[in-house]
Ligand binder design. Structure first.
Ligand code: F3S
Length: 288
């Protein structure tokens, strides 16, 4: 057996920064500390944060004023960011806010505000239920959100309006290029911003490469993480023997055999410790 890791995998820049912010705040701040939702999209990371003194406060509870936040408590905004309404509520509560929103998410939000102020209508491509998307679009008004090219094709865009097209950071690059090609062909009045995060496409490209040269691909990441699910999609397209697992307890050793080339990749919110535990479990069982 041979184990091959993807050239790019695991924690991205924004997630690493958000987790570091939590450790820093845990060391330097007394009093009650909260993270807003999951600081990153990984349950094991959230558990680790709870073990160093953080509690999770949910956006919905803040919006419904059902939270137990008090003046002076500390709240960290996660890498995906949050909505305009939640930030306002938090400011009104006079909590100490640490904004760990990834700079790439922030930049999309800034472009959206700039272009809307300039008079453009905004087309946003992404999952409208994803916290990142909910957060970004909350800073604009009447944003048209489309999940994919099919949904976009079904809409009635106006050829006389100016559109700015923005996307979720984790959008699949190939899907983005399809959308770009369609818009360029039919709507010269649409200005397209390519703000897909480099970390995402690098991990997707590396996974594609890995899936082609291995017999089995193990994608490690949270089952609810959008970028981990996309890595699985990419892996499956080249290698049907691909699986998404969250941690070593979910590893089914019966899917491996001695002469396999095993590919390992991980989503941008998967910590190295989890990757190592899985890799070691395979190595331990097959003497690699
Ligand atoms: Fe930021 Fe990209 Fe990670 S947008 S949070 S560096 S996947």
């Amino acid at each position: 057996m041979e184990i091959i890791r993807a050239e790019k995998m695991g924690f991205c820049f924004g997630v690493k920064k958000a987790v570091e912010t939590c450790y820093e705040v845990a060391k330097t701040t007394n009093g009650k500390k909260y993270i807003l939702g999951m600081v990153v999209h990984n349950k094991d990371v959230v558990k680790e944060m709870e073990s160093i003194g953080f509690k999770v406060v949910e956006e919905d509870d803040i919006l419904k004023e059902k939270d137990s936040l008090e003046k002076g408590d500390t709240v960290i905004i996660r890498a995906h960011g949050t909505t305009y309404e939640v930030i306002n509520k938090l400011r009104n509560k006079e909590v100490k806010l640490y904004d760990a929103t990834c700079v790439f998410v922030d930049r999309i939000k800034e472009i959206l505000i700039e272009r809307q102020e300039a008079g453009d209508e905004i087309i946003f491509i992404g999952d409208k239920n994803h916290p990142e998307v909910k957060g970004i679009i909350s800073f604009g008004k009447n944003i048209n959100v489309f999940k994919n090219l099919e949904e976009l094709k079904g809409s009635s865009l106006n050829t006389s309006k100016n559109y700015s097209v923005l996307t979720q950071t984790t959008l699949n690059k190939e899907k983005f290029l399809e959308i770009k090609e369609y818009l360029q062909k039919h709507y010269s009045n649409a200005q397209i911003f390519d703000r897909i995060c480099g970390a995402t496409s690098e991990r997707q490209d590396a996974t594609k490469k890995l899936a082609k040269i291995t017999d089995i691909v193990i994608v490690i990441g949270d089952l609810n993480s959008s970028n981990s699910k996309k890595l699985l999609e990419v892996a499956l397209a080249s290698n049907p023997n691909s699986y998404l697992i969250q941690n070593e307890n979910e590893l089914d050793l019966s899917i491996f055999h001695e002469n396999m080339r095993v590919g390992i990749t991980a989503g941008a919110s998967t910590p190295e410790e989890i990757i190592k535990k899985i890799e070691n479990k395979i190595r331990g069982n097959f003497n690699v």
